[in-house]
Design a protein. Sequence first.
Length: 532
Amino acid sequence: MSKSAFKYIQNKKAFFLFSVVLGILLVSASIFVSVHIAKNQAILKEASRLEVITNSVLDRMRSTHDQFVFFTNKNSQIPASEACSAANVRKMQEEDVSAFSIQAIGHITGNTIDCSSLEIFNGMNLGEPYRVDKDGNRVWASLKNRTINSYPYAVMERNGYVAILVPQHTIEALGSPEVAVGIFNVDHHVIFTSRGKINQQWIADYQGDKPKTIIDYTNKFIVYIAPNTTKMLAVVTAIPMSELSDEIKNFAVIFIPLGILIAVGLTLGFIYIAKNQSSYRSELLVALARNQFFLEYQPIIDLKSKSCVGAEALIRWRSPHDGLVRPDLFIPLAEESGLICQITHKVFELVENDMGETLRNNPHFHIGINVSAADLQSDHLILIIQNLIKNTGILSHQIIIEATETGLLNDGNALTLLKQIRDLGIQVAIDDFGTGYSSLSYLTKFELDYLKIDKTFVDAVDTDAVTGQVAFHIIEMAKSLNLEMVAEGVETERQAQVLIEHGVRYVQGWLYSKSLSAKDFIIYLQNNAKHQ
Ligand code: C2E
Ligand code: CA
Ligand code: CA
């Protein structure tokens, strides 16, 4: 949460108002989104229903075509002179009966049917064909014969034989009556049979390559189009969106309550987190005012001279309610509630009080101080460093600023600030390197003095784990960039040995010492400092 939002919610009334407004906004947004999802779901469901109907029509068309091919193949063996013999006409009549989607079959010479399984077609001149296919097959469409049927029929010819069929039968009795169905020619976009209203716009630019769903918001229709196997014909089906309202209701009863539930959950979550945070914030403010923070110092050892050359200052909070609180817990909260800079300030004050004299007396001794991302975004850090130097009279190189990679990554400002810090002669360490998202290129961008190898890598250096390999990679990288290395969390002799072998010079960890109170650390240093 941003700092300003946080200050805002400090005011209880405003916080209540903010929560109510947030709740209303989230609930309205969730209803809006739920209705939208319900509508989409209903549309998808209807579109798949159209697909099923379309496929049934295509199946019928395919089966008619198969019967036509089967019949013409069989008859093409018979010489033209025999085609209309009484025996062959009888055979055609038998075949006609078994081919249920074909009305009649017959033989044609030129454009005139010589004979057929249904006598009424005999001698009929069909005129010029509507279409001649690449393979020479001919098609007549939209023919009328008052004596047989009210529907127009079509004739397909192959090798002198014809099948007479009624396209309308292909689309009959499929789906509910509200669904419009049509078959059209892909080349000319001419609908030659249909049921219900098909809008010419839907099919106007259909190329027949693959099935297509159209949501026509202007005319409020859902449309589905698919080609047949030859891609010369296509089937179009459409349903008005008004048919969706029931479907939408069905989906809405699921999605709207779900959406509201999520919105209410989010609002309550917000209130919970904000309240918790604001109480943490006031607790931290009290801790600052009542001096509940103190520092411990963990020795940093130079493996070359086997002496203590520095210490890392680690903050502790003695809370009257919770006892000793670990920094892992309260530092992130301080960062979120915008108090971290005040805490860093406090750390510098504590270092000044605890270590001013020790630092002055040991000009080669340094102190590492952790800073957060927010510290690297304002000038306050420079000011408190300068104060520390001025008030204690120590040398600037005795201070090492420990910045995490996330802290450095956050803002372009960090780059300028680091440069200013280094120009003052202060040293900079990158902390927890490798645990975030940083890369080598990023390391070269910043001017640094030390790289702290995180405990997770140190733990792995004497194992076969991949992390161990990463550790060695990091070590090589640091060497190539001329960075000194400090390995953190060294707990075993074996780890120390491996690190020495790889050229790591500085270490800290329980193998040498845990973090100590200021008083204990000063005694430790007297016993372990390098004797010059
Ligand atoms: P860090 O900077 O990585 O500090 C090292 C942590 O590892 C410390 O935990 C230290 O006590 C612990 N440690 C050192 N050697 C060993 C070891 O051999 N084994 C094990 N298991 N742990 C070891 P601590 O003091 O709890 O600090 C945790 C983190 O809190 C620090 O990680 C740092 O990120 C943050 N922190 C501590 N003090 C400050 C502070 O003054 N300011 C800011 N901004 N962050 C701080
Ligand atoms: Ca550190
Ligand atoms: Ca670390």
